[in-house]
Design a protein around this ligand. Structure first.
Ligand SMILES: CC(C)(COP(=O)(O)OP(=O)(O)OC[C@H]1O[C@@H](n2cnc3c(N)ncnc32)[C@H](O)[C@@H]1O)[C@@H](O)C(=O)NCCC(=O)NCCS
Ligand SMILES: Nc1ncnc2c1ncn2[C@@H]1O[C@H](COP(=O)(O)OP(=O)(O)OP(=O)(O)O)[C@@H](O)[C@H]1O
Length: 226
């Protein structure tokens, strides 16, 4: 199975590109959604995070107030590190479960939308790595417009990640999302063609059908030899 890495900076347009790929029929695994699920009330992730940050981060319903937790961790790198460390194993488990599910479905190409793909050193899992890039002014303007944050908080969130220029330089494919949505859609069309190119031998051998074939082959060979 081909695992395509989709990453970028906060508000650079990863979800926009993911949505367009979804419209074209590509399955997308969303790491932000997994991160939200592992913080649901009563889960082990929730217990761990409440243990670290206390009851002040909870809403009346007992769910985590993500806006409040965001304010805390994006203003303090040490606290952000604590949160990342607490949730990392649960997010990794969720990610691998979703990948395994897609593998069982017989999916040939899956996109992993992981904002912290570089920061969490997960790039080894994915090929190609696609970075959704925008210039800094556009990024900040879109973040302010979408999340209605004070400017300082928006800047803190951008600074909490590896600079987008560094990610762009490490990418196999760059989607420049500075322009119009129509322009981005054209680049997604091209990306769709690229990621659906025929699978390599290694990808074929690791696909569900590939594994079934070689396991069956080994069993038959063993049976013939015994
Ligand atoms: C801090 C939290 C509570 C804020 O929740 P909120 O709903 O406001 O934001 P959301 O989860 O939609 O994230 C928005 C964007 O913020 C950025 N972001 C999220 N967490 C982090 C982090 N720990 N470090 C740097 N950037 C981050 C990403 O670009 C993400 O796409 C939440 O993001 C969280 O629990 N983060 C820690 C888990 C994590 O690492 N998530 C990223 C998945 S790889
Ligand atoms: N080409 C574009 N033109 C105008 N607005 C855009 C464009 N692409 C994305 N946006 C808007 O910019 C904002 C950020 O985009 P999006 O939510 O896709 O980013 P993201 O990288 O997924 O963000 P996050 O890291 O927070 O999950 C959204 O409000 C989106 O509608």
């Amino acid at each position: 199975m081909r695992m395509v890495g989709l990453t970028g900076g906060i508000a650079s347009g990863k979800s926009t590109v993911s949505k367009e790929l979804g419209i074209r029929g590509v399955p997308v695994i969303d790491a932000d959604k997994i991160a939200h699920d592992v913080l649901r009330k009563g889960t082990r992730g929730w217990k761990r995070v409440v243990g670290i940050f206390g009851q002040d981060i909870l809403l009346g319903s007992g769910e985590v107030n993500r806006a409040r937790l965001g304010e805390i961790v994006f203003a303090d790198p040490a606290k952000r590190k604590q949160l990342n460390k607490a949730l990392e194993p649960f997010i990794a488990f969720g990610l691998w479960s979703e990948i395994f599910k897609q593998w069982l479905y017989g999916t040939h190409v899956v996109v992993l939308d992981v904002p912290l793909l570089f920061e969490a050193k997960l790039t080894w899992m994915t090929k190609p790595i696609v970075v959704v890039w925008v210039d800094r002014e556009t990024q900040e303007a879109r973040l302010l417009k979408r999340d209605h944050l004070p400017e300082e908080q928006a800047r803190n969130r951008i600074l909490a990640q590896l600079p987008l220029e560094v990610k762009r330089d490490k990418a196999d494919i760059v989607i420049d999302n500075t322009g119009t949505l129509e322009n981005t859609k054209l680049q997604v069309d091209q990306l769709f063609t690229t990621i659906n190119a025929p699978l390599s031998l290694k990808e074929l051998l690791l696909s569900r059908t590939g594994v079934l074939c070689w396991v069956t082959g080994v069993v038959i060979l063993g049976w013939l030899l015994l």
